[in-house]
Write a protein that binds this ligand. Structure first.
Ligand code: FPP
Length: 242
């Protein structure tokens, strides 16, 4: 299918999995898998620019990932810091704004500093939005949103009958962003793993056996082409059936 006929999703979210398996297959430490994974991030950011995907959200570090060995967590934080230092140039080149969702306050101070610098430097760009999910978990996000609504009710700023889907959405980290249209997961796992559970309610899922470090522009295009062929009903009926 020619790329010109693509029905491009506005928002693609990716569960980048298989860095560890990729490294193990090569007799390398897991940190090398993550390093190679950071290269795939660079390729996918470029691919979004090329194919006109406006929003890209990447599951870079989950709330559960804190339970990994300290050495691996340190390696991931180091990588993240390097990425923020080295790849901000790409964000400027493509006019992409950087955002982050998750418990940012739990990240090491050095990472937080680089993150705020990169977000501030790119805040005015509107060609694309790259969102990094960092220390992110959907259940924690929804719990935080429930707490935020409860506080408003307690303060008398909101009535219980004003707790609507839209009111809850305004309390999510992703407030103001469109929901993902397509969720990609690599390394053949078929789970959402606590990622954007609310926001991905109607997203199309695309799973590939390819480990994240091997994920290329061509795999991304394959996912977009598959998405392009799908008919989305959002729980309704298509025109022919109605
Ligand atoms: C899952 O692979 C991947 C992660 C837990 C981290 C993702 C991080 C990167 C791709 C690199 C850094 C990110 C940025 C944004 C620069 P896994 O370790 O769970 O793999 P396995 O299931 O094969 O062990």
């Amino acid at each position: 299918m020619a790329t010109t006929t693509l029905k491009t999703p506005r928002h693609v979210a990716i569960i980048m999995d298989g860095n560890g398996r990729w490294a193990r297959e090569r007799g390398l430490p897991r940190s090398e898998g993550h390093r190679a994974g950071a290269e795939s991030v660079r390729r996918v950011v470029e691919a979004c620019h090329e194919f006109g995907v406006k929003y890209l959200t990447l599951y870079a570090f989950s709330t559960e990932n804190w339970a990994r060995p300290v050495s691996e967590v340190r390696a991931l934080m180091r990588l993240l810091k390097d990425f923020l230092e080295e790849r901000t140039a790409d964000l400027h080149r493509y006019h992409i704004r950087l955002q982050a969702i998750g418990e940012i306050e739990r990240l090491p101070a050095g990472v937080r500093r680089k993150l705020s610098e990169a977000m501030a430097a790119t805040a005015a760009y509107r060609k694309g939005t790259l969102t990094l999910a960092l220390s992110y978990g959907s259940r924690a996000e929804l719990t935080r949103a429930a707490r935020c609504l409860a506080e408003r009710v307690r303060e008398g700023r909101l009535r219980p009958d004003q707790i609507t889907e839209a009111a809850l959405e305004r309390c999510l980290y992703t407030a103001g962003q469109p929901d993902p249209d397509l969720v990609i997961r690599t390394a053949n796992e078929r789970r959402l793993s606590n990622f954007l559970l609310w926001q991905a309610s109607y997203a199309e899922l695309w799973v590939t056996p390819v480990c994240w470090p091997d994920f290329t522009r061509e795999h991304f295009l394959e996912a977009l082409q598959d998405y392009s062929r799908r008919v989305r009903h959002f729980g309704g009926l298509d025109d022919a059936a109605s």
